[in-house]
Design a protein around this ligand. Structure first.
Ligand code: OGA
Ligand code: MN
Length: 261
């Protein structure tokens, strides 16, 4: 089965339009609520205390990857969208890239034509048998992202985004992946935008530097769309983030087993 079918739910006209036009994406992409916020779904003008708090939170170097003006969502971003910069060394980046590059190259062309794909300008593979050099890197990633005992998808997804490519807002299919998505970025920096599916004013931008690992889970994974901005829009905290070819190595866990009651 094609990965785009696996990971980005139904690649149909209808679905894509729903995602792109910001309508509720139907139960297909909405799981049973896990830790759904009970807070009100509007964004009011924050008071001075809230703004001061927001300022303090975001000036914390631990969250230098996060850009968000919305006090209501800072907490959920900090809890459910974690970024570990320099998670791998340059040598490890090269090991992974050298391993996947020949396989990616076999797909001669980047996919640009399908207007209803969630991704524009990409090619992708999935891999289960990794070299001895790569295995410890992926094990480290899995150990950090998934608690012991969590059933993980065996196949690792490798997505190669062309310099001119971008990922449109979407929620990964809940049928084929669980509550956590962990992605390593190789080669180029990029900006990932998170937007609440029901409240488009709740937006956060995340800077993904090469060699960083993001762990997106729970509310961020289910209640927010994620996207990778195209070159013309690739800015973080007002500064341009020059886009180039970017390869991501993504691990996911199994979806929960459906209950039959
Ligand atoms: C995806 C996706 C993000 C990334 O493949 O569904 O959102 O980091 N990828 O490449
Ligand atoms: Mn995705």
């Amino acid at each position: 089965m094609l990965l785009k079918t696996l990971f980005r739910s139904k690649p149909t006209k209808e679905h894509c339009a729903m995602v792109l036009f910001g309508r509720n994406c139907s139960e297909f992409v909405r799981p049973p609520p896990i830790r759904t916020s009970t807070r009100q779904q509007t964004t009011q003008t924050p008071d001075t205390d809230q703004l001061q708090h927001l300022q303090n939170e975001l000036s914390n170097p631990k969250f230098s990857y996060l850009h968000c003006h919305v006090p209501e969502i800072v907490e959920v971003c900090q809890r459910d969208m974690l970024v570990h910069e320099n998670f791998i060394s340059e040598e490890e980046e090269e090991i992974l890239f050298k391993e996947v590059e020949p396989k990616l190259k076999r797909i001669l062309r980047y996919e640009f034509d399908h207007w209803d794909d969630a991704i524009h300008g990409y090619r992708e593979i999935e891999r289960s048998d990794w070299s001895e050099q790569s295995q410890p890197i992926l094990q480290r990633l899995r150990r950090l992202a998934f608690p012991p005992g969590v059933a993980q998808l065996h196949l690792v997804h490798v997505l190669d985004l062309a310099k001119e490519g971008w990922i449109k807002p979407h929620v990964d299919s809940v049928k084929f992946a669980g509550n956590t998505i962990a992605g390593l970025s190789l080669l180029s920096p990029s900006v990932m935008r998170l937007v609440h599916s029901d409240n488009k004013a709740w937006v956060a931008d995340v800077l993904l530097k090469p060699r960083s690992l993001y762990i997106m889970r729970d509310a961020m994974r289910y209640d927010y769309t994620h996207e990778i901005l195209k070159a013309e829009e690739s800015k973080f905290r007002g500064e341009e983030v020059p886009r180039n070819r970017r390869v991501s190595v993504i691990c996911r866990n199994e979806p929960p087993v459906p209950t039959t009651d």
